[in-house]
Design a protein around this ligand. Sequence first.
Ligand code: SF4
Length: 181
Amino acid sequence: MSEIRQQADGQVAALLAAQAGVDTASSQAQALFATRPGPPLWLLAEVTYRCPLHCVFCYNPTDFATHEQELDTASWLRVLREGRELGAVQCGFSGGEPLVRDDLEELIAEAHRLGYYTNLLTSGVGLTPERARSLKAAGLDHVQLSFQDSTREVNDFLSHTKTLRSSTRWPNSSSVKAGPW
Ligand code: SF4
């Protein structure tokens, strides 16, 4: 078991014991913990509904303008802290397209500092070499790059864009070396 998972389990056990008013180390507390589901291990932070693509199958609201504003930076930082307190060990930044958030590096840096393993779930549209380096420097551990299809015709049809070979889509840039991500 990883050190982070052990730490998370300990935090949850302490929380449950405190709620039940029993000593954390007692057999009563251990039995209580054993009967409860484990902590949430994955926090998926859908940081925005905005996206430069317009996929026909998108499950996000398409009427962005009529929606309430996104959570601001301070609110997301609080959510990240609360997720760790609950025991989450992995944090995915998704959307919409998370790259449209100017504070993404700040959010990732805080998630990294809190001990999360961090993922970025992105279409790659807008992921310039500079942004990729910036995100990595902030502590990003992993990138999940999504395509709508492997052919230009279907990809561009499904996304209502011409982005399969867009110069702003990361894999087309020869100047970025992924490194040991
Ligand atoms: S890339 Fe994802 S968020 Fe963006 S339009 Fe397509 S399905 Fe929706």
